[in-house]
Design a protein around this ligand. Sequence first.
Ligand code: GLY
Ligand code: MN
Ligand code: MN
Length: 454
Amino acid sequence: MIKPTHVHNTLLPLTEFTERRATFFSLMPENSIAIFSAAKEVTRSNDTEYAFCQDKNFYYLTGYNEPDAILVLINSDDEGVNSKQSVLFNLEKDPLQEIWHGRRVGQALAVEQYGVDKCFSLEEIDQYLPDYMAGKNQLLFCQGRSETFDAQVYSWLSLVKAQSRLGIKAPMQLVDCRTIIEEMRLIKSTGELEIMRRVNVISGAAHTRAMQQSAIGKFEYQLEAEILHEFSSNGARHPAYGTIVAGGDNGNILHYTNNDDVLKNNELILIDAGGELSGYAADITRTFPVNGTFTKEQREIYQLVLDAQNLAIEAIKPQATFAELNVLVNNFLTTGLHRMGILLGDLTVLLEEKACKKYFIHGLGHWLGLDVHDVGDYQSNDQREQCRPFEQGMVMTIEPGIYIPLDDFSVAEKWRGIAVRIEDNIVVTEQGHENLTVNAPKSLLEIEKIMRAK
Ligand code: GLY
Ligand code: MN
Ligand code: MN
């Protein structure tokens, strides 16, 4: 039999997952056990489910993409001898269920394809898990993620405690394993970066397509369709998050996903869209004119946001921090908005007050990876705001924006209804940074050129 080298449905080699488990084992406390749960199917409406999305921690450690499974990592110290064992509990093969709901991996193939040491049916978990827990000092799991899973863990714990008169000890310490796994997920491997590059290129092509397909009178969801078409056609089967196609003043609603308005002449379109590939997200925003030509005011705001973004991106290198980037961007935007007459008053005072936050109403960026808002701490030990030094392999978005709602009567009418966000995905490298967002048109010139060429 040929041993598989890649986990089914992912572009990552099997070794990536076995190495992650080995790293996790090396970070586990002595004589401990960790339990991870797969996601469950979520009902959309009667007898229909949302597209399945695996729990990202579970996926990170297994690459396994079925619901209703449990991964157990056992780090035993038995009479001074250390052993490490990974055990998967999953659904049994069931011809009738599989005819209705799809194929299952089952137990035998799981050991072979996912490289776990053992695999049992989920139905057998009450029989095995209390024995695995017995005698361990610490029990690690992602607490508070799901009430059902928490309750399950406590019930297994009770089964062990019930045997105390036989001299069997239950773990006394419950530890949230997020600190370990989230730190691991924060630093991306070469293989992960390769996928993130790829999904960025696919997503960049989707943004280009949307620009080319833009037309007065189209509905926002028609551009969403173009985006999704480009994702799927290139292997990114699902969007990483709800696609935002916001024409005109809708761009001032940060999480606008209705996408059901008509695109109007002389308005901007803000599209925030990224595909998901092998579980990894892209998160790109582009803003462009419906008719292909920016107005004078749109152009001014756009260039300000773009220059602020480039300023932040250029400052990214190991040891830089989000806090430093925020100072650069806030000062730059505040100065620009003051120059344009949008912020009024004394510039020194405005800078002190970070006055641009009236129009730049969200954070500058966030970690990116398996989750679009990826896991990982933003603070360093001294707990100052977002001051954790960047390290090689971290991936983040940089996404400044200026949002001037139609009903903001504090500014001249010509500025109202303009919403601009520009968002790229950046990886910290040994010397500086690499921008993963390489093919989504971004300068005023590039955007107008690509829209003219349609
Ligand atoms: N697409 C979500 C965000 O930009 O954070
Ligand atoms: Mn983002
Ligand atoms: Mn975004």
